[in-house]
Structure formats: C-alpha cells, structure tokens
Design a protein. Structure first.
Ligand code: SAM
Length: 337
C-alpha cells in the first residue's frame, strides 16, 4: 500500500499473514501519509496477617480494604459501555495531546515512555509546570480512550541528584487526579553491576556519595475497575505469568545507536507488558511512540497498534522497523508463549 502526499510516499509491506493484524496507516498532522484466560490456583484462603507477612494465594484482604486508610483512597466502579475501534493499526505523526482519531473507550492498553525534558535531541526546554502540563494533557486523552479496566503503563525514570527529581511521584499525583487507579509498580532493573561512572570526589567517603540508578519504573494504572469486565483471549503462558507478575523485571536496555532514536526501550519490555496486560483483540496505544517499539511488539503479538509521535523522522524509523519485522516473519513462523 502506498499513500502519496506532499511530504513523501511510503511503501507499507503488509504480509497478509494470518498472524498479522493487517496493513497499517501513517498520518502526519492527522493526514494519512503512509501507508481472558484466567490463572487460577486452588489454595487455602489466607487473611491479611496481623503479624509479619502472610501467604498470598487465595488471599482474603477484606479487612485491609475496609480499614480507615483504604476508605479514603479512590475505589473503582463500573464504567460506561466500550466503543469498538473500527480502524486498523496506525502511526500518527502529530502531538498526542489531542487523539481525536480514537473514540472514547476503545483502547485496551496504553504503554509509553514519555519525554523527560532532559535536553535529549527531541526535548523542548520546558519549565517543570509546562512539562507536567503536557503529561497531564496526554494522560487525560489516554484516560478518555481506554476501555473500562484498560491499563496505562508508564515507563519513567527519576532525574538528577542536586536535588533528586522524583518524577514518578509527580506522575502518581497527576494520573490519580485524572481519575486513574494505581494497581502496582514494576521496578525495571536495566543493569546489574557497578559501572564506571562514580562520583570520585566522594570515593569511599560519607562526604557526598551519590546513588547510581540501575532501574526505572513502570507505573501501572487502570481505569474504572481493577479487572477487565470484558472477555478476551490472553497469550500469556503459565511461566510468563509467574515471572511477569513479580514486581522486579530484569531486562537489558536497548542501544540508542542501533535503533537510531535517543531513548528507545527494549522490545522485550514492551512484549512483556503487552503479553501480561492485553487481549489479542485489543488496540495497544503508545502516545509517545518514538521509534515505535511498542508498535513493533504489538504487531508481533497480533494486537492492533496506534502510535503517536511528533517527529516525522522517528515515525519513519517506526514504519521501517515494522515493515522489516513483517518481512522477516514471512521467513520464520511466529513462535510465541
Ligand atoms: C522517550 S521517547 C519514546 C521512546 C520509545 N519508547 C522507543 O522505544 O523508541 C519519547 C518520544 O515522545 C515524543 N514526543 C514528545 N512530545 C510529544 C507529543 N506531544 N506527542 C507525541 N510525541 C511526542 C518525542 O519526540 C520522543 O520520540
């Protein structure tokens, strides 16, 4: 499929394979230019332990949830009816502050890593208020487009040391204000060992030792309800489920040079999130798509994807990655799970 525009004509190589979600479109400034399973385990019912930590299986936590502390924290309720998204997969080259291509309640999962406003190639030197305003406007649009029980998973790192900027705490505040319910937090461990970057002037001294981050966060939010009220087909295997539901994930980072984007996350991270938190018929959204890692992973995993990105050069990288994957899939069958 080839869409001709004033900008460029991009060839999209749809394979038509049964395991693919079909061709996809690319839009610049809104114009087209390119192209439940349940895991159950029989176990004795346990209650919140009054002393130490109890077992989790078949856990009865009603005492905890009826406590005074929890009664002050927002609890979910049933949402309105979901709408079907009738489009196919799309890459849309414009700001995700307005995602009017997507109907309300039509997206099953949103996964993203936002810009951090830290002078990367794509960053604009925004004030903290301006930056958090962008995160809130996009978060509100994600909230509008998610189905009841749909998840918004945000990969974020904290910044600086003098002082430390706990972006993740600010993100919690913003997204809870929008209406999202937090359902957990994953610590993504990117590197194990001690690297060479050390604050030498405080070497082996209590004067000013500086922590070196080897982790980032994945904040997991849901809309309206704590589980998906709708039915769907899951792809997560028993072993993947057991591993993915642990709160620490060890996954090696992606090379910026290899992908051609200043801050890509690894495809293994996106696949794990999509596998755990979405059904096969879901639409997976990335409002800050960058090089399209979420879209590449979603396409591989037989989900439809919608990615928003303001930089046309990154949209091109995303299209290229998806096309290359589709071509390679033709040569090798998908083995998944
Ligand atoms: C951290 S990067 C995402 C990287 C991505 N996860 C990947 O694997 O390549 C954030 C991206 O958000 C894009 N961006 C910034 N503001 C945006 C906006 N208002 N709408 C859409 N994309 C935006 C930037 O150009 C950048 O590519």
């Amino acid at each position: 499929m080839c869409y001709n525009t004033a900008r460029k004509c991009f060839l999209l190589k749809g394979t038509g394979l049964s395991n693919q979600t079909g061709s996809f479109q690319v839009k610049v400034s809104g114009r087209i230019v390119k192209g439940a399973s349940t895991f159950s385990q029989e176990a004795d019912v346990t209650e919140t332990s009054k002393f130490g930590v109890g077992k989790r299986e078949g856990h009865n936590s009603s005492a905890f949830y009826s406590s005074k502390m929890m009664s002050r924290i927002a609890r979910g309720g049933l949402g309105e009816e979901n709408q079907e998204y009738l489009g196919g997969s799309q890459i849309i080259c414009k700001s995700s502050e307005v995602m009017d291509e997507l109907p309300d309640r039509s997206v099953g999962l949103a996964f993203t890593s936002p810009p951090y406003n830290v002078q990367k190639e794509y960053d604009k030197d925004l004030s903290l208020d301006e930056y958090l305003g962008l995160i809130e406007r996009v978060g509100s649009e994600v909230y509008r487009t998610l189905v009841s029980g749909g998840r918004y998973v945000i990969n974020v790192a904290n910044l600086g040391r003098k002082p430390y900027v706990p972006l993740h705490a600010m993100f919690y505040e913003i997204h809870q204000r929008i209406g999202f319910l937090p359902i957990g937090e994953i610590i993504w461990v990117k590197a194990k060992g001690a690297g060479e970057n050390c604050v030498w002037k405080s070497w082996m001294s209590a004067k000013a030792p500086s922590l070196r981050d080897v982790h980032e966060y994945l904040l997991v939010f849901t809309k309206d309800t704590f589980g998906r009220p709708d039915k769907g087909e899951s792809t997560v295997s028993r072993n993947d489920f057991m591993e993915s539901t642990l709160s620490v994930w060890e996954i090696a980072p992606e090379s910026a040079k290899r992908i051609g984007h200043p801050a890509p996350f690894p495809i293994a991270l996106a696949k794990r999130v999509i596998n755990l938190y979405s059904y096969t018929n879901d639409v997976v959204l990335d409002p800050f798509m960058g090089s399209g890692t979420t879209c590449v992973a979603a396409d591989w995993m037989n989900r439809r994807f919608v990615g928003y990105e303001i930089e046309p050069a990154y949209c091109e990288i995303a299209v290229d990655r998806i096309n290359k994957q589709r071509v390679s899939i033709q040569e090798k069958p998908i083995i998944f799970g």
